[in-house]
Ligand binder design. Sequence first.
Ligand SMILES: *Cc1c(COP(=O)(O)O)cnc(C)c1O
Length: 384
Amino acid sequence: MSNNQYPEFVPVESNWNPDTVTVQAGRPSKVVGAPMNTPIALSSTYVHTTDLGYGRDGNLSWGALEEALGQLDGGIATTFSSGLSAATAIADLIPPGGTMVVPTSAYYGVKNIFARLESHERLTVRLIDGDNTDATIAALEGADAVWMESISNPTLVVSDIPVIVKAAKKRNILTIVDSTFATPLRQRPLDFGADIVLQSVTKFLGGHSDLLLGAVICKSNPHAQFMIKHRHDFGAIPGALDAYLALRGLRTLAVRLDRSESNALELAKRLKNHPKIKKVNYPALPDDSQQEKAKRVLPNGCGGMLSFEIDTTPERTDQILESLKVITHATSLGGVESLIERRTRYEAEREAGVPMTLCRFSVGIENVEDLWSDLESAISKVLD
Ligand SMILES: *Cc1c(COP(=O)(O)O)cnc(C)c1O
């Protein structure tokens, strides 16, 4: 669904599969002579008088991307300059003095937003263990909203979205899911009754580590209008070029994700049998603690992220990551290239209790044998 500012996109048929939608949605309607792609709309102002007056009101390139993202998650999408500016807009939905339930394992930038608002006495944060559904539901009493992050960063916890949403609805509590790791091709929280989805488009949706962009996908029109107004009033707008590139990246999401995912599953299995690896987190592994939830919440696969602990010191773990040649020692995730980092290099992750040698691995689309020999030889070079 688009936000109605841009009626001219090709209509998406309800029987199309999501991989077809990623390729087709947000293109100009197919009239004679129409271009294949929605152009990069570089303009800060518009001739009077339409809904688009100034550059903060809207932009055709955002509109094309929003049309595709809205169709994919089954709601109305509003894009922002980054995932965190999108999260900031969502936080503003909480009434003054309200209470927000947040998992301790939420993305640290998201927790920062809530901690800051709490320090300004704008709202109260109730931290819970996102892996513990009963504790999450118990914390809903008297709250205004619940934040879920599924699959979570960096320990790959799956939230029991259908169960938590049902309990929240009973209490009239707003439900929000950061669905960045799963992407709309693996998890559609709005179908489980959630109100709002956050996507860091920076990651798998853009897919090429060349832009930052965020999106909020709302089930209800009033929430979507709130997001559009928030973006207008606070000014966290995406660039037109970034929006164009994000949609260009989205066109190949289905094939990129299939490849990342099959690489991730194969590497997770091999890491699990490696004598120097203590623990592997990947929800699609048969004996992973998240398997039962994953089967219900992400029946089509668990994407391209995994994490593992090496049986050594943090210093040696860093040496291993620095010895890699194919996989890049860098932060972020979701690009075609494999990236890895030890998360406790950040104080916030140490404080959150993340294990000291836990490596978060964004598995790219390279040849799986090259990725495996890169990992194996870096581990044996440092530890043998
Ligand atoms: C990266 C990320 C964000 C923040 O998005 P930015 O685009 O970096 O601002 C939020 N949640 C998750 C799960 C992320 O991976």
